[in-house]
Design a protein around this ligand. Sequence first.
Ligand code: ADP
Ligand code: MG
Ligand code: MG
Length: 491
Amino acid sequence: MPAKPFPELSESQTSDLKESLLQWTLANGLVMYPPNFQDFSANNAPITLFPTPLPKSSFQNAQDVQKLFNELYINLILKEKSWLIDILRKLSKFDADFTGKLFEVYEKAIEQSPNKKLIQPLSLGLFRSDYMVHDTTNEIKQIEFNTVSVSFGGLSTKVGELHTYLNKSGYYDSDYSYQYYDDEEIPISNSINELAQGLADANYYYNDETKSTKTVVLIVVQPGERNCFDQRHIEYALLKNHGIKTYRVTLEDVEAKTTVNDSKLYIKATMDEVSVVYYRSGYAPSDYEVNPEKTWAARLFLEKSKAIKSPSVLTQLSGAKKIQQILTKEEIIKQFLPDISETDLEKILSTFVAIYPLDDTPEGQTAKKLALEQPEKFVLKPQREGGGNNIYKENIPGFLKNIDEKEWGAYILMELIEPPKHKNKIIRNNDIYNEDIISELGIFGTILFNEDSGKILTNNNAGWLLRSKFSSSNEGGVAAGFGCVDNIYLY
Ligand code: ADP
Ligand code: MG
Ligand code: MG
């Protein structure tokens, strides 16, 4: 069945809808701080007026492969750590300032630990696998797999609740009397509770080992975080659902506000013991730029502590774009998921578009030609996270020619995905924009594993996120100002 069109509303209905929508966002914390905020006033987060159509089968496929992807990425660590380390060591040479520094933290943490082994074998992944739907086939195609600081699990639940409220209240209907969508057509992502559950699982297993009674979660945040409300929703759920308290520190504050005793990490002010360090910072060079010595030292200090890290440095690095490129190969998937069924293998493989290395291998040589001769089909990605780092289409040849060919190996060349365009409306501050949008679906997953025993303790789906952006912009960062938070309308 084709998707219903977006609701068609008169000017006065749109203005009613806008008022109800904006008041709901303020009443329920679907908000964000404005750039350079000084005080405590926040604005509605950029969102869509309506949910955006997504084929049911595409959504189902993305849900179906999440636990496999969770397992695939942590198996790089559990099954062939030396293979992973070799790749990361090579990458570190290309990108000494960031990948290299992170890798150094990993090596130093081991070097400085008793018996040359990290004290905490447990590790928590809060992951998000991102996709776009391919326009002609409805196949989901992976954009990237995120292993650090995944965001918008908080606001995603909220936007689903908002669209449901507007729908149930009749705002999407021209007579204000009917629900335009059936309830099950616009499901609400349970990501707030599920991500909190992931942290609670780690807290539980931490205490299983130490028999300590009451522990807290430490969230490492960026100074002046505009998207802190997204994080707060998870904190509130952690306290409400599990009775677990949270503390927030920046990397710069770690030294002043925390301490270790017998490797256990404590909050200085209260001497609360920390079970989990949850990073919502530390994924980009800018997180370490202002005070490099102190912030890198803080990362090492936390890595060596007994608290469970989400993620550990190695888990963070396993999400490098270069690793994603290597993982598109069937034989590699089979190597890391040896028990995978044929059906599951096909499902995973069907999510990949071509990703090439730009190195001296025969494949790399072919890719270099493609990058220079048919750049309009590709996006060039460095080993970076957080949006705004990629080079698109016709900008690729000029960019590559400007850097030494020896450096090209630090990038991957990825086929562009062409998602369908939709006529949804975006509301940003108080203004409504009518432009074609394209959407990116993210599926959250949580996985807790033990590096010593090789055991996976929990592995779960954890809700989803739909982000949309004007189809005219190349990048979709919500905080960066290009995109918005959306929700799915399944058809
Ligand atoms: P980051 O880790 O910085 O988020 P991504 O790989 O997600 O890097 O790329 C950023 C954005 O670029 C994506 O959100 C998407 O909008 C766009 N993008 C990335 N890869 C592709 C692709 N293969 N096809 C189309 N758009 C892409
Ligand atoms: Mg990313
Ligand atoms: Mg991304």
